[in-house]
Design a protein around this ligand. Sequence first.
Ligand code: RFL
Ligand code: PHB
Length: 390
Amino acid sequence: MRHQVVIIGSGPAGLLLGALLHKAGVDTIILEAKSRDYVLSRIRAGVLEQGTVDLLSHVGADARLRREGLPHEGFCLCFDGEMLRIDMKDLTGGKQVTVYGQTEVTRDLMEHRDASGAPAIYEAADVAIHDTDTGHPCVTFTKDGRSQRIDCDAVAGCDGYHGISRRTVEDRGLQTFERTYPFGWLGLLADVPPCAHELIYVAHQRGFALCSMRSHTRSRYYVQCELTEDVANWSDDRFWEELKLRVGPEVARTIVTGPSIEKSIAPLRSFVAEPLRFGRLFLAGDAAHIVPPTGAKGLNLAASDVHYLSVALAEFFAERSSAGIDHYSAHALDRIWKAERFSWSMTMLMHRFDSHSPFEQRMQAAEFAYLRSSRTARAAMAENYVGLPM
Ligand code: RFL
Ligand code: PHB
């Protein structure tokens, strides 16, 4: 088999890159370790920046998003019981975000790929990347017990944090920067109407909480939990009770409870790998970086990475110019580090840290007080939340 680009991973990064390259006339194949249903069963992000929506629109995968996505013009921060609305639209000169689940983005992009006729192989085992330092890399894998090989011009490592792409270049000068946080998020999805029209991020003595949604009838809630916590210890009742304590009585009254359809714990991490290019291998999305979910940036960063990469690869194939691919890493990392900074600062502001001294607790309170009193501070937060320009 031969294709111009082998894309490893069928998450949002791999699928969107495939769609962008297809539109640019570049021939790709996607190799995914899991089944389609497994990929679609992962409940993750919910907030899309305008730039991400624009990319989905550019490739023509936005029809359902336009119908079902919920435009949000603001969100709320609740700090020790005090509510502060961040009016994104007003503070950014008209920008907003769209609430639309990552599962739906993934489903739309999978269907879009099927319709385009571009190939994707699911349940590909033992995926391995070879010869990326030459102009003729190749990727090997096993499907249904049979070994196969794809020759190509470039490989896109879009296989997430636990994938093999980054590990392939670990001993070739890859530098990593990491911070782990001493807590996780316990998330619950339920078919109940959301408690408010907008997202509410809550900082409370008992820990962080987030009220989010997927639609007018489906809610997504999170509470900060111990890293060692086991979901099995969290009955739905216990979750709802804890959530209500953290959001305070006023919001608690508006929460409609119901049986969970999914409950899981995610650790929080900040991570960046540099550079993003090794010869003809390019890293993108969670394969290259992780942000804690507090800033709602992970999926959106994956989208901006593959935007830069698709433009660079399209130029490479159309004009045989390597200028774009030579700059991909620096170009993408500039935006990645800014999103890392924002996600880290939101995480530090809104969570309870057992290790914090009274001084550090006062610093959190002072930062919140500053946001309350300064439109400039709120504007900076809004500017980052809606997404920095690509
Ligand atoms: P993915 O989605 O992990 O996809 C990688 C794919 O690669 C496959 N794979 C392999 N395929 C072949 N061979 C191998 N050896 C392979 N190893 C792995 C995997 O099976 C998978 O299908 O990475 P991608 O595409 O880079 O997308 C990144 C996003 O998924 C991630 O950043 C976001 O979900 C993060 N995130 C959020 N991002 C936002 O922008 N807004 C949010 O509101 C938001 N909320 C969240 C989040 C992530 C969360 N969790 C669970 C980590 C909330 C949570 C709780
Ligand atoms: C979600 O709805 O899953 C979600 C929303 C905002 C975040 C993180 C997760 O910051």
